[in-house]
Design a protein around this ligand. Structure first.
Ligand code: PEP
Ligand code: MN
Length: 335
């Protein structure tokens, strides 16, 4: 249920609605909009009778929300969400962003070298894993906190913002301290305790789609984060398990318009993890832009043959530059 307040509603009237919701044993979450405030009713086990709210002072409408996810849904919030990042960088509602960098932070020199290339080509956010959730325990696991410090250095030296993955509660606390955006990876998309922890963090969260997740499961994962009070969620389509071995995963481009229809959250695409092969990254990236993605996450490495993870899908800096030029032609307004 969404209680829509009159645009002239006073703080006391909004508080009256919150108190009413809480008196029924539910949770209230005020959602300031461009024009007016709405108050979401959460944690109600069944349908809520709108008649209980419509006569309260300042209320103009009580709208039942039919979707299982509430805060994520466009029924709750009509206008696209914009994620405001430091330095005036916005994502969503027409604000397009490119995130680029290596799969993993390997050393300060490696990170800074790649960061300078991708910045020069137009990326605004640097990616690089310090904690790597690897399929094999024998594969490179990342530099941990030392990697986060390198990301901090990259930010200081280049001005690029940073995003990096948290894989458990301890790493999440550190990622929230050192990075601008907390990434929750495909493998942890349904790690509900980690999602709640991300929901309590004071940083935006980039939530990747699980490799077997339906759209509803993905939205529910985002709902976990939002229901803890963190409304700054960016969704990232990174491909689901497909058939065949021509690509690592199947980039599900239909999610981009489908997410836009169902949710107000920004949606970006990761053609690197979707394809697993650098030759497939540029066409998939262009397709994602054409489908309406709010941004891209792309792996880039200056020496991919020596990369400690995902070298085969990492673009060479020159390839990345060419791709950025192509994307500019697809988005004549730039970004
Ligand atoms: C990554 O971005 O480095 C990563 C591991 O991605 P995913 O969770 O999509 O596999
Ligand atoms: Mn990777």
């Amino acid at each position: 249920m969404l209680i829509v307040m009159d645009k002239d509603a006073t703080k006391a009237q909004i508080q009256g609605v919150v108190a009413k919701i809480e008196s029924l044993g539910f949770e209230a979450q005020p959602m300031p909009g461009g024009e007016r405030v709405a108050v979401a009713v959460l944690r109600n086990p069944g349908p809520v009778d709108p008649a209980q709210f419509v006569d309260l002072p300042g209320v103009i409408q009580a709208i039942p929300v039919s979707r299982p996810y509430k805060l994520v849904s466009r029924e709750m919030k009509r206008e696209d969400t914009i994620i405001h990042l430091p330095g005036g960088l916005d994502v969503g509602r027409g604000h397009f962003v490119v995130i680029a960098g290596p799969c993993a932070v390997e050393s300060e020199t490696q990170a800074l070298t790649i960061a300078r290339y991708v910045k020069d080509a137009g990326a605004r956010i640097f990616r690089g894993g310090a904690y790597k959730p690897r399929t094999s325990p024998y594969s490179y696991q990342g530099l941990g906190k030392a990697g986060l410090k390198i990301l901090q250095k990259v930010r200081q030296e280049t001005g690029l913002l940073t995003v990096t993955e948290a894989i458990d509660h301890d790493s999440l606390r550190l990622v929230a301290e050192y990075a601008d955006i907390i990434q929750i990876g495909a493998r942890n998309m349904q790690n509900f305790s980690l999602l709640r922890c991300a929901g309590r963090a004071q940083k935006p969260v980039l939530l990747k789609r699980g490799m077997y997740a339906t759209l509803d499961e993905w939205f529910m994962a985002a709902e976990y984060i939002m229901s803890e009070g963190n409304s700054q969620v960016i969704l990232c389509e990174r491909g689901v398990r497909g058939i065949g071995d021509h690509a690592r995963n199947l980039l599900d481009l239909a999610t981009i318009p489908a997410v836009r229809r169902e949710s107000h959250l920004p949606i970006i695409a990761d053609p690197s993890h979707a394809s697993g092969r650098r030759d497939l990254v540029p066409p998939l990236a262009r397709a994602a832009v054409a489908t309406g993605a709010d941004g891209l996450m792309i792996e880039v490495h200056h020496e991919p043959e020596k990369a400690l993870s995902d070298g085969a899908q990492s673009l060479y800096p020159d390839q990345f530059r060419t791709l950025m030029e192509e994307i500019r032609t697809l988005r004549p307004g730039g970004w």
